[in-house]
Design a protein around this ligand. Structure first.
Ligand SMILES: [Zn+2]
Ligand SMILES: [Zn+2]
Length: 339
């Protein structure tokens, strides 16, 4: 059974992404892995011969890409505060995943790890990753899903595992109270589209309300997720569930009753996002010459300012970052008391 080392967990959440990279490279070689960092910045580690081994995936960047001022544990939860003592972005998406990958890889002899860059701005690292630079994995697991019970078998518009895999893996998932779910967008989807043959799942890792100042990590759910990951690695020994996907023409959909992004692979464009980019070049980023922008988010008109922007889900409001910050400030205004 894996139990989290809370000090290390804290340190991972307090680390800047550019400091995390050299630290991870060092840590992986301490664990007896051969390591590599590709030109995009993605880090791989291989322990044993790698062939047929589980490939464990997490992303190194966080939504804000700047760590909180402090991290605290209370009642089995981990939260973050800013310098003024207000709750803020924790970055458990996906530093909890980074921790899980390290913790699991530490206890199994034949394993591969992949830490991706820039997932939050459109799976840039994974979409550029050369899948032939590592041996063919047996299964692929990522730890980049909110909650405590989701095993994502469909994401980025594609099924990421075979039917036979789903059939055989179900009893293991059930033991940990996990069930199959459909996700929106994460690295394993891009890795499958890039040609990884192994069946894959993205697992809930115990964070909640990611991409918001209310983000938190439930340590119980986090611990269970790591042990599910370990159980799946052990279960997968000697098994192989090859599964090929076709690059989808486009994907997208509706979420929370609001229009969600749509990505068109043929045109290499995002439907709603393109409108946002036209209005707001801030959201336009370039990775390896590929046009990209935030994928993991909801794009729509902000409930307050009406601009088409990346929205943050907060209770039943759909606000952009500007309006959300303003809402935060308003909530700080002293309440006038009537006497
Ligand atoms: Zn994530
Ligand atoms: Zn995210």
């Amino acid at each position: 059974m894996i139990k989290p080392d809370l000090n290390l967990l804290k340190r991972l959440h307090m680390a800047r992404t550019n400091k995390l990279e050299p630290w991870l490279l060092h840590e992986l070689s301490q664990m007896g892995m051969s390591t590599n960092q590709d030109k995009e910045g993605n880090i791989t580690g291989i322990k044993g011969n790698g062939n047929g081994a589980p490939l464990l995936v997490a992303h190194m960047d966080t939504f804000k890409n700047s760590p909180p001022d402090s991290v605290h544990f209370c009642n089995n939860w981990m939260i973050a505060l800013d310098a003024t003592g207000r709750q803020t972005y924790l970055g458990a998406d996906d530093r909890a995943g980074v921790y899980a990958v390290l913790a699991i890889a530490d206890v199994i002899p034949n394993v591969m790890v992949l830490f991706c860059v820039d997932e939050e701005i459109g799976c840039i690292g994974s979409s550029c990753f050369d899948v032939d630079s590592i041996p063919a994995p047996g299964i692929m697991l990522s730890f980049d899903r909110r909650g405590k019970s989701d095993a994502i078998d469909h994401t980025n518009g594609v099924q990421v595992c075979s039917k036979a895999f789903k059939h055989d893996v179900l009893p293991v998932l059930k033991r940990f109270h996990y069930a199959f779910e459909t996700g929106s967008c994460t690295d394993i989807g891009e890795l499958k589209i890039n040609g990884i043959k192994a069946s894959a799942l993205n697992l809930s890792i115990g964070y909640y309300r990611e991409h918001s100042t209310g983000e938190s990590l439930n340590l119980g759910h986090f611990t269970r997720a790591m042990n599910l990951g370990l159980a799946l690695c052990e279960w997968s020994k000697g098994k192989s569930y090859p599964h090929k996907v076709k690059r989808p023409k486009r994907y997208g959909g509706k979420e929370y009753g609001k229009t969600w992004y749509g990505y068109d692979y043929k045109r290499e464009s995002y439907s709603i996002v393109n409108k946002a980019v036209a209005k707001d070049p801030f959201y336009y980023t370039k990775g390896s010459g590929k046009t990209s922008t935030a994928l993991d988010e909801v794009y729509d008109e902000c409930d307050r300012c009406g601009r088409i922007r990346q929205l943050f889900l907060r209770s039943d409001e759909f606000l952009c970052s500007d309006c959300m910050n303003r809402a935060d400030l308003e909530s700080l205004q002293p309440v006038q008391e009537n006497d």
